[in-house]
Design a protein around this ligand. Structure first.
Ligand SMILES: [Zn+2]
Length: 468
């Protein structure tokens, strides 16, 4: 008899919040600071008698995420901070200020996965170990950290990865976190079990790919144990991304008792201190809603829409340019030029959409010119480059450079005749049936005219002239 094993997966995701200062003091929250222990003070290094205060911006960020995901904020009327006690060298106070039984946000949903809670806490410092010694950098200690916990609704490694990716995008849309996994702004943990059996927690997951791999590995490991009638032990395992295995870190039976208790230096607080309405009003159109709308309004494919929505600023730019187009049928051409030529140009010049010196209206104008065959696609490339360099209107550049497409037969025919005369070999090849030789002749004519000739008209002329 074969038994099927149903995976049950829940995620815990931490994200460092983008704020001016740290969670409970006035030190800069600067993840890019390279010098150790620069942004520290008596509060975030846990000196006796130092008094913390709550960073309102950090609380607002978490409320914004909660509201965007349809969660309930201040469900328990009040919210408060608690001390989570444990000892580790990266935790100068000997406890982490976190939230235990009254999180800021309860419930909510993303990608049809239900959320249990979202709460706010402080990050720990960073340890670096070498053969000689271990060093600690407290720049990150006290940086506001959001923790989001899902219900165990996830059924596969792919679903887990797509949830995490969508959350990353959402945090960026909301402007609350850079959520860069490589820089440790966003960290993933997964609770994994089969057939609702013993849960295993997997930590040290540092990329979406690692999460898929870790979950797949762990599901296979547990299935093998169950098939052999062995017990899955309740434990925390770490993902080893080099060996591609999970390794036992500590058993839950000997789990630490955190002895949570309310943070005595910070009073409980409620929604009266926050303008919930204005935080809600500040939530932009969410990625999923934008995808649906773009598909409908611009008749783009799901794949095209995904490319655009991945970057909120780029999606906004595209939309502005599209609104300048006379015909919705041209949005496909716009999409192609925007995601290939314009993005290529941005990459080459190392600028993002804000550093692009081409206005959406000007780009739309270029699309109209290409669609109306006033310029060739080869000229369009040069035109975009020139527009970025000068910021000028495309018509002005085309007039100055005399880049208008040449498509009238009367001016192209004499040139074609000359090229036929000058290149007897490809002409002979063509006549012998090597049809691609005509591309060479078209290419010669094109370069003669600096890419301005209409290649289709040229093709027609050559075919006509070489008929017999
Ligand atoms: Zn500080």
């Amino acid at each position: 008899m074969s038994v099927t094993y149903k995976p049950t997966i829940g995620l815990e995701i931490h994200a460092e919040l983008k704020t001016q200062t740290k969670m409970f003091c006035d030190c800069l929250n600067d993840a890019s600071e390279k010098h150790p222990n620069v942004n520290i003070c008596s509060i975030c290094t846990g000196q006796p008698g130092a008094l913390p205060t709550i960073n309102k911006q950090a609380v607002e960020h978490v409320l914004k995420v909660g509201l965007a995901l349809g969660g309930e904020v201040f469900a328990d009327k009040e919210s408060k901070f608690d001390r989570k006690n444990y000892f580790y060298p990266d935790l100068p106070k000997g406890y982490q200020v976190s939230q235990y039984d009254q999180p800021l946000v309860t419930g909510g949903e993303l990608n049809k996965i239900r959320l249990i809670r979202i709460h706010l806490e402080e990050d720990a410092g960073r340890l670096s170990h070498s053969k000689e010694d271990s060093l600690v950098d407290y720049n990150r200690a006290g940086v506001p950290l959001m923790e989001l916990v899902t219900e165990p609704d996830i059924k596969s490694s792919a679903e887990a990865a797509s949830f995490a990716k969508e959350l990353q995008l959402l945090l960026r849309y909301l402007g609350v976190s850079d959520a860069d996994m490589e820089k440790g702004h966003m960290r993933l943990e997964a609770n994994i079990s089969l057939n609702m059996g013993t849960k295993v927690e997997v930590k040290n997951i540092n990329s979406f790919k690692a999460m898929e791999d870790a979950i797949k590995y762990e599901l296979a490991r547990q299935e093998k144990l169950l098939k052999a009638n062995k017990k899955v032990s309740h434990e925390t395992r770490g993902w080893n991304d080099v060996k591609k295995v999970t390794v036992s870190q500590r058993s839950k039976e000997e789990a630490q008792e955190y002895r949570y208790f309310p943070e005595p230096d910070l009073p409980p607080f409620d929604e009266k201190s926050f303008n919930i309405k204005s935080i809600k009003a500040d939530v932009p159109e969410l990625p999923q809603d934008k995808r649906e709308r773009f598909k409908k309004e611009y008749s783009l494919t799901s794949k095209q829409v995904d490319v655009l929505v991945q970057n909120m600023a780029a999606a906004g730019y595209f939309e502005e340019a599209a609104s300048e187009l006379g015909d919705v049928k041209k949005t496909n051409l716009l999409f192609n030029y925007f995601t290939s030529d314009v993005w290529g140009l941005m990459k080459k010049r190392s600028v993002d959409i804000n550093g692009l010196n081409i206005s959406p209206a000007h780009l739309a104008h270029v699309i109209e010119l290409v669609a109306d065959k006033r310029i060739t696609s080869r000229i369009a490339k040069n035109l975009l480059l020139k527009m970025h360099e000068t910021g000028l209107d495309p018509s002005e550049i085309i007039a100055n450079e005399e880049w208008e497409q040449v498509s009238d037969e009367s001016s192209l025919k004499p040139l074609a005749k000359q090229i036929i005369k000058d290149h007897p070999q490809p002409v002979a090849d063509y006549k012998k049936g090597k049809s691609q030789s005509i591309q060479f002749l078209i290419g010669m004519a094109m370069s003669e005219l600096g890419g301005k000739a209409d290649p289709n008209v040229l093709k027609g002329i050559f075919e006509e002239l070489l008929k017999d």
